[in-house]
Write a protein that binds this ligand. Structure first.
Ligand code: FAD
Length: 288
């Protein structure tokens, strides 16, 4: 179960670009609070459509300027033209952004077609061709498998294609069953893939939202967690406390088994992530 390679774990937080002036203000408080934890980096997702995409750039710059910490943009390729991707990449090179999370993304309903990039490995290959070794490239990994994968083996082969194309490390979709992650890492090692596979962690804040996300992205909510959450009903305090306990225990198990890092999907909120980091003692760590 335990990986052969020893890591000093890295810790990071993910945001999505805010859409309203009110949401911009809220994210700024969140990033200020989370910056006190001294994460290795923040990342900002990338959506379909022009203005959302510009907000990824603006949010990344704002985080870097205000916190002095590394901020990494996500970039997705499906439905985009080559010149659009090229322009975004060069904007990041010029502004000395060094880490990027490269994804396929999902086509919005009604979109005309895939465009020149159909899968993330093609994007990774293009980034390397266009910008050489400038970026540390992160890609997505799926311990419980991507919902569109033909089968688990095909999904692993796809992950290998992304690594072969030049990915430096990976961040997983969230999961609550650590054995899915351990097995995935073992399988990657058997394929000779030795990049760090950082675990994506989704703090549990809201049951309805978690069920919706999990249905869409193929993450499993174990029955014992779902049943307890459903029993809490509208009792947000109990949901929050239970969620913090469950997620802390998951992270402890991952850290004990040499996970190379934890990446928190914050949903632009700080409280649950802060509580979990404090429980884990990573708020006190000295960054190496
Ligand atoms: P890929 O690696 O291309 O895989 C997509 C699917 O295609 C998989 O089922 C794979 O098995 C299959 N596949 C790949 N190659 C082939 C082939 N040659 N033939 C047949 N099948 C193939 N989405 C956003 O829109 N913006 C974001 O910022 C964003 N950030 C994310 C961050 C993380 C850490 C994660 C885990 C996901 C993120 N997503 C984001 C969601 C992601 O875009 C979706 O999960 C998307 O459906 C797949 O993206 P991917 O990069 O994993 O795609």
């Amino acid at each position: 179960m335990e990986s052969q390679k020893q890591y000093t774990p890295k810790f990071s937080f993910e945001f999505y670009p805010p859409k309203t002036p009110e949401a911009v203000g809220k994210l700024q408080s969140t990033q200020t609070e989370l910056a006190t934890m001294n994460p290795d980096f923040f990342s900002v997702t990338f959506g379909a459509g022009g203005s959302t995409r510009d907000m990824t750039y603006e949010t990344v710059m704002d985080i870097r300027d205000k916190t002095g910490l590394e901020a990494a943009p996500h970039i997705s390729c499906v439905g985009s033209q080559i010149d659009e991707i090229k322009a975004i990449l060069h904007k990041y090179v010029e502004t000395d952004i060094k880490r990027i999370v490269a994804l396929r993304g999902d086509l919005p309903s009604g979109a005309a077609g895939y465009g020149p990039f159909r899968y993330a490995n093609e994007l990774v290959e293009y980034i390397r061709k266009e910008t050489g070794d400038h970026f540390h490239i992160e890609v997505a990994a799926y311990p419980e498998f991507h919902p569109q994968a033909r089968n688990p083996t095909a999904d692993l082969e796809n992950f290998k294609r992304k690594v072969d194309a030049g990915a430096n490390s990976a961040i997983t979709q969230y999961f609550y069953n650590p054995y899915a992650y351990f097995r995935f890492v073992d399988n990657c090692e058997k394929l000779g893939l030795d990049i760090p596979i950082v675990a994506g962690v989704m703090p549990i804040i809201n049951c309805t939202q978690l069920v919706r996300f999990s249905d869409a992205c193929g993450a499993e909510i174990p029955r014992w967690i779902l049943k307890r959450l459903q029993e809490f009903g509208d009792d947000r305090v109990s949901i929050r406390q239970f969620g913090i306990d469950v997620t802390t225990e998951l992270c402890e198990q991952l850290l004990t088994n040499n996970v190379p890092g934890l990446h928190f999907y914050t949903m632009n909120q700080s409280a649950a992530s802060l509580a979990i980091w404090k429980n884990l003692g990573i708020d006190q760590r000295v960054k190496l």
